[in-house]
Design a protein around this ligand. Structure first.
Ligand code: BGP
Length: 494
């Protein structure tokens, strides 16, 4: 009798979100502004122009602070999870989720980051959310920093370039670790810690026009050092507060293929892959990889470290490696004249063998298996896929249904290669949280219309809508996948 293929018993199926894109209530109940609350949607900018969407100046920020406009600043309203959390978690439970990834908004706890006392209403909100999760048998998976540091760090400090931000962050971590002890046991420190290189503002609260007389790239490297130290200290705190806590790093798994077998294309691929691995290398091995130190030396940058920095990094590496995976792209030593296409925080050369999403991201399920093998071989630690999904223009038909067959086929093909990596390549995968399990505001383009969810949210790019939730076709499909622990995928029954 042929053995039915299915995922291991206890596999953590679930979905992911981020406070700044999902909660809304940007100034409710004592919450302070985060860097995300002052970023305007640029409707006129091509959705594939990633860097243009990320660009921001001090002038833009001050202008945003002068208005409570919700339309121009979509992340201020998100999907209003703040007022819908019971309904949303019940819908996740209906699908059979075992885990729900969300972030704690740091400025909902310490409105300015440097406050003496925390905001009790913010703390209570997350107590209520975690209680609701546990009531449904869903484990919270909490990201401590997901692109939402307090805006005050930009204006009255030098973002993560300021050494004192480490202390502010560890004070916040200690508070939430103790407050939610016994409710949360899975933690991630920094979302896509590597991305500070590509968007220093979103990750590191760094605005280039505030460092005009410095080499901004070196400012980013130093801010990154502070985040590595903060991440290790956070791991130390979480372990001391509760030895049952499991702490993961989180990287943007960018997967590159050489455009041709020309050795220089292969070398370019290897160099570009290392350019994102160097951050997870540091968090997993507890020390800077030599090739990153070589790069710093060649660029004339010297890390300003304090006694104990390297020791704490070495003593508190992460327990598991989590990552986001959406797409792959090609690279070439000479990209001149090559057709490019967009991707998650990057633009790459188009792969002629792959289809792309409406946003230009290349759909590559095999690339997920390649990524899993690469990461597992590199780190030999359990993996956790904490972001994977398809952004698409979903349409509600006249019967009020959303037939997102394209999303079902995206997930079906990615789930199959995930199991191949586990069963044939020996990869240890703890769980999977789709991005995003419910429609929310896009990180890059600030669009509501770039929908990822199994659950539709009635809100558009102009902020119009009822915020009503609708189950998409993929909602019912995912329910079957989880019920059968993936077996239905291989019996053509889902
Ligand atoms: C990742 C972020 C997520 C999410 C995802 C999708 O980099 O960690 O927050 O936004 O990208 O990207 P986008 O929302 O731009 O489609």
């Amino acid at each position: 009798m042929r053995k039915l293929r299915s995922f291991p018993e206890g596999f953590l199926w679930g979905g992911a979100t981020a406070a700044n894109q999902f909660e809304g209530a940007y100034d409710a109940d004592g919450k302070g502004l985060s860097v995300a609350d002052v970023v305007k949607r640029k409707a006129h900018v091509d959705v594939k122009e990633y860097a243009a969407h990320q660009a921001i100046s001090t002038k833009d920020i001050l202008e945003a602070m002068d208005t409570d406009d919700l339309k121009a600043y979509p992340k201020r309203r998100g999907s209003d999870f703040y007022h819908h959390f019971k309904e949303d978690i019940a819908l996740m439970a209906e699908m059979g989720f075992k885990v729900f990834r969300l972030s704690i908004s740091w400025p909902r706890i310490f409105p300015n980051g440097d406050d003496l006392l925390p905001n009790e209403k913010g703390l209570q909100f997350y107590d209520d959310v975690f209680d609701e999760c546990l009531k449904h048998g869903i484990e919270p998976l909490v990201t401590l920093s997901h692109y939402e540091p307090p805006l005050n760090l930009v204006l009255n400090y030098e973002g993560w370039y300021s050494r004192e931000v480490i202390g502010m962050f560890t004070k916040y971590v200690e508070l939430v670790a103790k407050r939610y002890k016994g409710k949360v046991k899975y933690w991630l420190t920094f979302n896509e810690i590597d991305s500070i290189i590509r968007h220093p503002y979103t990750s590191g609260a760094l605005v280039e026009d505030r460092f005009l007389n410095q080499d901004f790239r070196h400012v980013v490297y130093q801010a990154m050092h502070h985040q590595f130290v903060a991440s290790a200290l956070a791991t130390k705190i979480l372990k001391e507060v509760d030895p049952k806590n499991q702490v993961g790093c989180m990287l943007t798994k960018l997967t590159y293929y050489p455009l041709t077998c020309h050795p220089l294309d292969v070398l370019k691929m290897q160099q570009d892959m290392r350019a994102t691995y160097c951050y997870s290398d540091t968090q997993v091995h507890g020390e800077y990889p030599t090739y990153l130190l070589a790069r710093y030396k060649n660029e004339g940058f010297e890390i300003k470290a304090e006694p104990g920095d390297f020791d704490v990094m070495k003593r508190y590496p992460v327990d598991f490696v989590s990552f986001s995976y959406y797409m792959s792209s090609c690279v070439a030593h000479n990209p001149e004249g090559k057709e490019t296409t967009a991707g998650n925080t990057v633009v790459g050369i188009k792969n002629p063998y792959l289809e792309t999403s409406d946003w230009g991201w290349q759909i590559d399920p095999v690339g997920l298996r390649i990524s899993m093998v690469d990461l597992y071989d590199r780190y030999r630690k359990p993996l956790f896929i904490v972001e994977n999904g398809l952004g698409a223009k979903d349409v509600v038909n006249e019967k009020g249904e959303i037939d997102d067959d394209y999303r079902i086929s995206y997930f079906r093909e990615h789930f199959k290669t995930m199991l191949d990596a586990m069963e044939f390549d020996g990869v240890d995968l703890m769980g999977y949280t789709s991005w995003a399990c419910i429609d929310l505001v896009s990180e890059s383009t600030k669009q509501m219309s770039k929908r990822y969810g199994f659950i539709y949210v009635d809100s558009d790019d102009e902020g119009m809508g009822t915020f009503n939730r609708l189950r998409k076709k993929s909602f019912h499909w995912m329910k079957k996948v989880i019920e059968s622990n993936g077996a239905c995928l291989f019996e053509d029954e889902c």
